[in-house]
Design a protein around this ligand. Structure first.
Ligand code: ADP
Length: 420
């Protein structure tokens, strides 16, 4: 008899399968991570590593080149390993991170054959991510048909953007075809907004700019917990520069590169996704920490450009909401780089924003100075927990004694079983 109910969260990329298991605490109804890790190098030299809640490595394994290509078998290995590593847990559902929900999915959805087909149709909108996100759903549906699965979307948080924020100034036939601004990192924005409202209830209805700064970076304008504007658009290339992605460009640059340099779609994709951003500007690294530790002037230029663009977008996001009541930093850089936070905030001094160097240096929850006109927070994001919360809420809603959720209908955050 299993003592605990747990949720498996999967985040599948082109060559990696990240996983987390979160266990439900029956007394508090909260979720706690028990294991996480990944299978990296899928397709070439697959390597498995799992860590416990204290970040201790508890298992490792490697596969040869041939076995590294057997994605289905690697997923089965993971499930079998979890079964023996967590003998007291019953995995009651799997939640998947899915990059694109298109216009159809504004909330998480229970995975069915119809939903899988609808998500497959969105592959052209996110060809680098969507197929990989869907693969484990299909594999699990075949091998474990009784395991409920829920898809949670990076786009969903932005589904209610006002039309002025979601529309490109292009002939509108293209909008009708789906060429519009979708926005990404939505699970992070949802988690961080809920967390802020839990920690500072007086800010639950506030206008908050959230800076999700990691390898992929974006900002969102969040008013009363709802997305109002965001820097990423049709794809996750738009907005601020990232580790290797360019961020916003004059579209004329692309025309120039096509005409004058003969670059086609593949070459442009490689340039914009893999050779630009911090890496492109510094010529050294895509890693913010490495750049901040470097004494090379090119590294400094990359950091300066990044901070300039983030500060500019904070102001733009505030403009979209008609004001700003709080600023939040999250994700790898946002949570861990006092230098980036200080530089971004110092560029926003004209807003009356000031940070406390001591609190900022310690990455405290609240880093604003006493005389700052706005509070500034550092809030660790937790997209896995957000996915698990949605997944278990969906399961509860479709349980015989719960309210039956229609297939394909969203799981409301209001029914989330525990606050995050
Ligand atoms: P992803 O978008 O892949 O989830 P993360 O959110 O993990 O990325 O962020 C990775 C980024 O965070 C890297 O650029 C890394 O250098 C940066 N980072 C992590 N820790 C620090 C630190 N202490 N100082 C500066 N940058 C950091």
């Amino acid at each position: 008899m299993s003592r605990y109910q747990s949720c498996l969260v999967l985040n599948a990329g082109s060559s990696s399968l990240k996983f987390s298991v979160l266990r439900r605490d029956e007394a508090t109804e909260d979720l706690h991570p028990v294991l996480n890790g990944q299978i990296a190098g899928i397709g070439t030299d697959a390597r498995f590593e799992a860590r416990d809640a204290n970040r201790r490595v508890v298992a490792q394994r490697r596969w040869n080149a041939e076995d590294s290509q057997r994605r289905g078998a690697l997923l089965e290995y993971l499930l079998a390993w979890l079964g023996q590593a967590l003998p007291e847990d019953r995995i009651v559902a799997a939640g998947h991170r899915v990059v694109h929900g298109g216009r159809g999915y504004s909330r998480p959805v229970r995975v069915t054959p119809e939903v899988l087909s609808a998500l497959e149709a969105l592959v052209p909108l996110a060809p680098l991510h969507q197929p990989h996100n869907l693969a484990p759903m299909r594999a699990l549906a075949a091998s474990h048909p009784d395991l409920p699965q829920v898809a949670c979307f990076d786009t969903a948080f932005h589904a209610e953007l006002p039309w002025v924020a979601s529309t490109y100034a292009l002939p509108q036939e293209l909008s009708y075809e789906g060429v519009q601004r979708y926005g990404f990192h939505g699970l992070s924005y949802e988690y961080v907004s809920q967390r802020l409202a839990a920690l500072r209830p007086e800010l639950a209805n506030a206008r908050v700019v959230v800076c999700h700064l990691g390898n992929g970076s974006s900002l969102a304008a969040v008013h009363a917990g709802r997305g109002v504007d965001t820097t990423m658009g049709f794809t996750a290339l738009d907005g601020v520069p990232m580790g290797t992605r360019s961020g916003s460009l004059d579209p004329g640059v692309l025309l120039y590169l096509m005409r004058e340099k003969g670059m086609g779609a593949d070459a442009l994709e490689d340039l914009l996704y893999r050779r630009s951003g911090l890496l492109g500007v510094s010529g050294l690294s895509s890693d913010m920490r490495a750049l901040q530790e470097s004494t090379d002037p090119a590294a400094r230029r990359a950091v300066e450009l990044f901070c300039f663009r983030v500060a500019k977008e904070v102001a733009a996001m505030a403009g979209s909401m008609g004001g700003i009541d709080a600023l939040v930093f999250t994700a790898g850089i946002g949570e861990n780089s006092p230098g980036v936070r200080a530089e971004v905030c110092s560029r926003l001094g004209w807003m009356g924003l000031a940070i406390d160097d001591y609190a900022n240096g310690r990455s405290a929850l609240e880093i604003s100075a006493d005389d700052s006109i706005l509070p500034v927070f550092v809030l660790p994001t937790n997209e896995e927990k957000m996915i698990a919360l949605h997944t278990l809420a969906m399961l509860a809603a479709s349980a015989p004694n719960g309210r039956e959720a229609d297939e394909g209908q969203p799981c409301s955050t209001a029914r989330t079983p525990a606050t995050c």
